[in-house]
Structures are given as C-alpha cells and as structure tokens.
Design a protein. Structure first.
Lengths: 98, 417
C-alpha cells in the first residue's frame, strides 16, 4: 500500500484514505461544445501513461476530501512530491535526474 | 517438427527420452523480415502462427524483451468465456471460443482447454437484471448462457455457500457451460512451436527501443537491444507496454496501464468443479489441474508498471472468497503476483491499423485478454496480411475514441475493471 502525503493535511497517510483521479494538468476547454472531435479525444481519452515520472491527481477522500497533485515514478511507485491543486506543474523535481 | 503422440511417448520411453527436440529454435535476428511482431505472449505468438498457417507469411520475427510467455500470458487466471453483452464483443470473444475448441489438435500441443463452465453469481436485484440481460443478449448472438436458481448453482458448484444469512446471499447465477479454463503457458508454447516449425523467428531477450519511420511516415523497422531490424510491417502486441512502444512511433494512445494481481493456494484435492465469478463482491476462483485454487484480484487504482500491487487488493478479494466459500477460510495461499494490464476507456480492445502506414496494434485487452488469444491472433494476422481488418475486428479501431462509436463493455465484462 502506498503512503501518500496530503499537501493540505501536511501528513503522510495510507493509500486507503485516497482515490486516484487520473492524469493531472489536463485542462478542460472553456468552450467544450466548440471543441473539435480531435481535441475532444485528446482531452477525454488520450493519456500519456508514462513508464517513469507521472503527474497525477489524487483526492484525500477520507480525510480533507480535497484534490491535489502528485509526482510519482510509475516503475517504483515512489512519490517524488505532492502539491496543491492549482499550483503549476513543477519544473524541477527533487532527487530526479533529468 | 516431430509430431507429439502416444507413440512418440512410447518411442522415447524406450530410448531414455533422448529424442525430444527443442520446441522452438532461437535463431540470430536477420537484418530484415516481412513482418515484425513486438511481444512474444499468447496474442503475439498466435498472430505469428496464423500469419504462417493461414496467410503463408513465414518471414516473420517475434521480438520479446524478456522470455516467451513471461508477461500477462503467464500471469493470468486462465479463464475462458464469451458471454459479453455487445454484438461486436460477442463476435470476437466467441470467435476465440470456437478456436479454443480443437486448438490442442490444431497445434498438436495439449493446451488443456477444459469447458468446465463459468458461473457468474447474482447477489441482489440489480445483479439479476444485469445477468438476465446478458443471458438474453448472448442467446440472441448464438452464445450459450443460462439462468440458474441458487439451488441449481449449488448443485453445479457444491462448495458454494447459498445460505440466506450470508452478508451477500446468492440469489441466482448465469452459467456459460462452454466457458472454462486452459493451461496458459501451454498456449504460448504451442503457438511458438507451431510458428517456429513454419520458419517464424522467435527472438527472446530483445527489447524494442525505437520504431523507425521513413520520410513518408511509413514504418521501416525497429531499433532493438540487439541492433536495428527492418520490416515494412510491424504489429505491436505488447500488452501493458503497448502505449510505450506506440509512443516510439509517435502515436499517443487511449490507454492506461495498471497492476492486476492474482494468487494461488496450496494444492488440494478437486473441490471447485467450475469457474465462479462475482462482480458484486469482486472475486473469481477456479481450481487448476494441479489442485491449486486460482484466485483473481482487482487492479490497483493508479497507473503503474511495477508488476506488483497493494496487499489490500488481495485481502479484499480473499474476504469475498471466504464469504462465498466458507470452507476455504483456513486455506493457505502459496504465492501472489502482478501483471501490467493496458486498459482502454471503453474496456474493449484495440485491434487495428494505426495512423502510421505499416504499423498495426493489438492492445487494450485490459484485465481479460487471455480468453481471446486464438481469436485475437487469428484476426490480427488477417489485419496485417491484408492491410485491412477482418470483419470481426473491424469495429475495434483506434478511431472510435474520436468518432464516439465505443464498444462500452465497462459494465458488461465481469470483474476487475
């Protein structure tokens, strides 16, 4: 089971308190009805599914119930960091060679 | 290829078993092939086998980064069934089921297909409605599926607990009698032996690291850990790593990869005569011919390539198993493992041409690809050989996520999504 640090509660808690909410930083169009089929497919269905560093959303369902973002390595399942929703995608990751 | 038979066993018994030959050869890769298949699992090897036998294309290489059948082919719970809801799915899964029947003879290799029946349990009114809808839809598609009362279910599977006091009582079941199990490793080995005998090169420990494309976009070959290998047609059958390979060709996929776990118990005498599945309590179980209870758990909730998974996922499934079969509460589990499954948004596979000329993909089988192995290989071989899909896999395009013509089996496929 993963241990996940909620950036709002500022505590590391077991995975059972959380729900994964998919890839992060996929912006919903302000004019969703005006999206082309191609753009809608990219927004709705296409995922990066990386083998390595992933940016993903989690929700602290059985805690503060808030959404936040996390950076994790999908090969080791190790978390690099978590950060609050709305904060920009971190350009530098601690401890990750680029 | 020497034929396996009772006479061969007798002959070899007489001379100390010195005459058995290697089941498949391990040649050095050539510079160029007509077709390269990426991934030597059941689906990839079946594709190569049918390319050779049905379409006469034998200048084929199957590249495998690890060992043959070492991915999800060797990690699944070997369940075979075709009781899917939609016509498209019924078409492809029943095509496979028909090929399972007679596969051992076709391959001259005992894949141990056993039509012992797959029984899906209903625990509430909603389950009854859903499963009865399946029974009717399946019958309209010519697929056997029948409704059982709890007593009939118990008769079919005696250790089942149908007590009304259970936390989730059994209130009925849907039974597909043609469903069952097969020996997963033997499927890969049998197809490998058949393909190799017809000239297909199976190259293990050869990881694809890049997909080469010409100026006009068409595929020209693949970069591997054993050098560049050319081919004008490349079929990607890499299960959990399909999107990784497709990214090398510049194609982004509607896929996410998750760990899916399974476990087996210590071996015991025959006690579970069929496959039992339950969506609601989330468990499925069968007994292997070795006597182990084979139990399938669910996926973890996050994308991962770790080939492992959380212990709480297994615990959840074992809770359900003990609820359905109280006699197993003191069984010991021998081992558990994980495989990486590639899941599409509509939970149906993609078997199709891609936007890249010469590149074909067979992926997205998610948590239930083993049952489709022969059918998938058969129609995928057709797709590659003719550069055009077989009518059976024509609906399983990549484009359906743009057009909206989904095959939404998310609710219909049994468990573990």
């Amino acid at each position: 089971m993963l241990l996940i640090r909620c950036p709002y509660c500022e505590e590391e808690r077991p995975e059972l308190e959380f729900r994964n909410a998919g890839e992060a930083h996929i912006a919903r169009s302000a004019n969703i009805a005006g999206e082309s089929d191609d753009d809608f497919e990219k927004f709705f269905f296409i995922r990066s599914n990386p083998k390595g560093i992933i940016y993903e959303r989690w929700r602290h369902m059985h805690g503060c119930a808030r959404f936040f973002n996390a950076v994790r390595d999908t090969v080791t399942d190790k978390f690099v960091m978590t950060y609050k929703a709305g904060e920009p995608k971190p350009s530098k990751l601690p401890g990750v060679a680029k | 290829m020497k034929k396996y038979s009772v006479f061969a066993i007798a002959r070899e018994a007489m001379r100390g078993h010195k005459g058995w030959e290697e089941q498949w050869s391990s040649p050095e890769p050539k510079k160029e092939y007509d077709v390269i298949i990426v991934g030597a699992g059941g689906h990839g090897l079946a594709t190569a086998y049918y390319l050779a036998t049905v379409h006469g294309i034998t200048n084929v290489a199957v590249l495998e980064k690890g060992w043959l059948g070492g991915g999800n082919t060797g990690r699944n719970t070997t369940i075979i069934r075709s009781n899917y809801l939609y016509d498209e799915s019924a078409g492809i899964y029943d095509h496979a089921l028909k090929l399972w029947d007679g596969l051992s003879q076709e391959l001259n290799y005992n894949v141990m297909y056993s039509a012992r029946g797959v029984m899906m349990l209903a625990h509430n009114v909603h389950d009854i409605q859903v499963l009865k809808r399946h029974v009717h839809a399946n019958r309209l598609n010519g697929i056997d599926n029948e409704w059982l009362s709890p007593e009939q279910a118990k008769e079919f599977c005696p250790p089942l607990n149908i007590s009304k006091d259970a936390r989730y009582p059994v209130v009925g079941a849907a039974l597909q009698r043609r469903g069952g199990t097969a020996r997963h490793d033997a499927v890969a080995w049998g197809y490998a032996r058949g393909a190799s005998a017809r000239g297909v090169h199976i190259i293990q420990n050869c990881e694809v690291t890049g997909v080469k494309r010409a100026a006009n976009g068409a595929v020209t070959g693949v970069e591997t850990t054993r050098g560049f290998i050319g081919a004008k047609k490349v079929g990607v059958v890499a299960a959990g790593h399909s999107s990784v390979i497709m990214n090398m060709a510049g194609v982004r996929m509607p896929l996410e990869s998750y760990p899916l776990q399974a476990l087996v118990s210590e071996p015991i005498k025959p006690v579970v005569p069929c496959v039992v599945m339950s969506n609601t309590v989330h468990a499925y179980i069968s007994q292997s011919d070795k006597g182990e209870l084979v139990i399938g758990a669910g996926t973890d909730q996050y994308v991962s390539y770790s080939q492992t998974g959380g212990l709480h996922i297994l615990q959840h499934t074992l809770d359900a198993i003990c609820e359905m079969f109280p006699i197993f509460t003191r069984m010991k589990m021998l081992r558990s493992w994980g495989g990486i499954v590639d899941v599409t948004p509509d939970r149906s596979p993609i078997l199709a041409k891609t936007p890249v000329p010469g590149l074909y993909v067979n992926c997205g089988w998610g948590t239930g690809g083993f049952k489709a192995t022969p059918g998938s290989g058969h129609v995928f071989a057709h797709t590659i050989a003719k550069d055009d899909p077989h009518p059976i896999n024509a609906p399983f395009t990549i484009e359906r996520f743009r057009t909206g013509r989904l095959i939404d089996e998310a609710a219909a496929a049994a468990v573990a999504h």
